[in-house]
Ligand binder design. Structure first.
Ligand code: G3I
Ligand code: 9MR
Length: 614
């Protein structure tokens, strides 16, 4: 009797509180930049939304927009534009006097810490060296996988063994895969190449000898490994891994047997060539010998690829580690050729097929060729214009998508394995359109991509470990599982929701079915879930690029190539002699004024087309 009574009371009070606090507000949990567009999403709300500052004063009241359906989660969502809230601080969000949440932050450099953490994660992924406490804190660990004596698998066509140390572990596993290193390393190199002055001084406590900026020191750790993967004939091997995946153990306890160099193919070879061509430009001001080594390696790889353009890789019978298999290899060739032409000026590298492309992923790098072409107008002339049209066409669609639903770019079909990297790469695409046109709507949509990744999503979570009110606690990441530290390694973005459920029933942890019938909520924060909750180097890189580019732009740095879009007045056509990293006309200055990129010379401002501004 009394039990019945109690449960009745509980039920009634649960109903009462549910109706009183029915609305959910979804926000970027890391924060919003003071000067940026600011938007949150509300489900099941009604009435004005108030933003209350720390002193209890209502700083802003906003009437939400009309509700619209967001297909990926099946929810009806209202958007609330609170861009007018410009003072840094922490705010409480209220509707009808009910507190919806109290963790809204507005700050000047809102993304600087998540940027540093997303880059520092590459240090935590280093193979072949111990992580010292002075850098790694509680995540210090012993060295794993020296990889100084790696056996040549028969699929390489070679025998014996080679030394192939260093590099980053790919993901939650301990493999090192060239194809995935390709897009990852390119993305990080391009972040540096676009904003060298910003990254020359940004530091995040990693071992760097002082002669290189942290970002370049970190990237070099992986480039050094990649260079070991080139055969004498110029071809590049596909990967280094054990034959099967190891158990849930620390790197130095890997229980899966010997490490092998496995496979050799066109995708690995062209991806390697593209990356090394960019590296040759980026490292030249710091270390001409190293830059030249990268360039020679790139040329040699391209030359092998040109004679062997269709060597597709798939796992041999006895190998079950990450495959990164790809049968469509024209995009890798276009990417390599695009970058080699920029670096060398040798027209024999100039590709066709570099003006059309898709949002990049590890298996489709056509979009990287579009970036390279569009951002090098001097070298590519008319092709750069065509590539820019490719960029703006899709960017227009992306900007449109942010007008309804959750106010984000992701659509139903974007929810694939690693969906958070689809989002991140859409953001990079938008930023390239912004750099070259100065159109505010592209910048704003890119900011909304970060909003999605950092909490404005139907799971109400920041997808980055250690950041946000709610973030992943149990990523599929062997060190985080085995290190005995309760918090996961910080700064890792998880793959994210997707409806494939490939890991369901995976035996070790009996992964239960977490699919909801909606792609954007098919996710589980469980160690078993490698299809929704793993981490990977190619997923962190777009997050780092987005956060880094947005902070750099707002610190007043324009992308190094932006001036190539400047035409029309003699005063501001820059010379592009020498390195692509610096403007040789140093009387030019680039500024972001009200989120718009402008060029300034002798105190006069111009837009990117050379039109004088008031
Ligand atoms: O190509 C098809 C496409 O035509 C189709 O529309 C789409 C629908 O889902 O699927 C596409 O294939 C997907 C493929 O990735 C290419 O995107 C597969 O379904 C999907 O299962 C596959 O997932 C890959 C996964 O490995 C399994 O191979 C992920 O992209 C890739 O990021 C992931 O990488 C693993 C490494 O193998 C090992 N290390 C960890 C890493 C991250 O999980
Ligand atoms: O841990 C592996 C992860 O890195 C891969 O992305 C995933 C798909 O290839 O495979 C994981 O390994 C699992 C294997 O595929 C099946 N048995 C359980 C393994 C550990 O979860």
């Amino acid at each position: 009797m009394s039990i019945c009574y109690t449960s009745k009371i509980l039920t009634l009070s649960a109903i009462a509180s549910a109706s009183a606090f029915a609305a959910t507000a979804y926000i970027n949990q890391i924060g919003y930049r003071t000067g940026d567009v600011k938007e949150l999403a509300i489900v099941d709300g009604s009435g004005t939304v108030d933003f209350v500052d720390a002193s209890g004063k209502t700083a802003l009241s906003v009437t939400p927009g009309n509700a619209s359906n967001w297909e990926p989660s099946g929810q009806n969502v209202q958007l609330v534009d609170f861009s007018a809230l410009k003072d840094a601080g922490t705010y409480t969000i209220k509707q009808n006097g009910n507190v919806l949440r109290s963790d809204l932050k507005v700050a000047d450099k809102a993304y600087e810490e998540v940027l540093k953490a997303s880059l520092k994660w590459y240090y935590y992924q280093r193979s072949s060296m111990a992580l010292e406490q002075s850098y790694a804190g509680e995540w210090a660990r012993a060295a794993g996988h020296p990889d100084t004596d790696v056996k040549m698998h028969s699929s390489t066509g070679a025998s014996g063994s080679i030394s192939s140390p260093k590099g980053w572990y790919d993901a939650g596993d301990y493999g090192k895969y060239i194809v995935n290193s390709g897009i990852t390393t390119y993305t990080l190199l391009s972040l540096y190449e676009h904003f060298p002055e910003y990254f020359k001084t940004l530091k995040w406590n990693i071992p760097a000898d002082g002669s290189l900026p942290d970002l370049l020191a970190e990237i070099k750790y992986n480039l050094d490994w990649m260079l070991t993967m080139q055969a004498n004939d110029g071809a590049v091997y596909h990967k280094v891994s054990t034959l099967g995946f190891p158990g849930d153990v620390m790197p130095d306890k890997d229980d899966a047997g010997s490490r092998y160099v496995i496979g050799k193919g066109s995708a690995a070879t062209f991806d390697f060539a593209g990356v090394m061509a960019v590296a040759a430009r980026v490292y030249k001001p710091f270390d001409a010998t190293y830059a030249n080594k990268c360039l020679e390696a790139a040329k040699k790889a391209y030359s092998w690829g040109k004679s062997n353009p269709n060597v597709a890789y798939s796992n041999p019978m006895d190998v079950s580690t990450g495959e990164y298999g790809d049968k469509s290899l024209g995009d890798e060739k276009a990417f390599a050729g695009t970058e080699l032409f920029v670096t060398t000026g040798d027209a024999s590298y100039k590709p066709s097929g570099n003006t059309e492309g898709n949002v990049p992923n590890w298996g489709d790098v056509s979009g990287l060729a579009v970036y390279g072409t569009a951002t090098h107008a001097t070298e590519y002339g008319g092709d750069a214009t065509t590539a820019l049209a490719t960029l703006t066409k899709l960017a227009d669609e992306f900007a449109n998508r942010t007008k309804t639903g959750f106010g984000v770019v992701m659509a139903k079909d974007d929810f694939v394995w690693g969906s958070n990297a689809v989002a991140g790469n859409q953001g990079i695409w938008l930023l390239h359109a912004y750099y070259l046109t100065g159109e505010q709507k592209y910048y704003d949509a890119a900011v909304k991509v970060l909003d999605y990744l950092l909490g404005k999503n139907p799971l109400d979570m920041s997808f980055v470990t250690g950041f946000g009110t709610k973030s992943p606690k149990l990523p599929h990441h062997r060190p985080s599982t085995a290190d005995g530290v309760s918090a996961p390694v910080p700064g890792m973005i998880v793959g994210g929701p997707q409806p494939g459920g490939e890991d369901i029933g995976s035996q070790e942890w009996e992964c239960r079915d977490y699919r909801t019938g909606h792609p954007a909520t098919s996710y589980t924060d469980n160690r078993c879930s490698y299809a929704s909750n793993e981490v990977a180097i190619n997923w962190n890189a777009p997050l780092a690029y987005l956060a880094g580019a947005i902070e750099a732009l707002n610190a007043g740095f324009a992308p190094s190539f932006a001036a190539t879009g400047v035409k029309g007045t003699d005063a501001i056509v820059p010379s592009r002699q020498g390195s692509a990293l610096g403007m040789s006309d140093n009387t030019l200055q680039f500024r972001v004024v009200k989120n718009k990129l402008v060029v300034e010379k002798n105190g006069v401002r111009y837009d990117l087309k050379g039109k004088k501004l008031k």
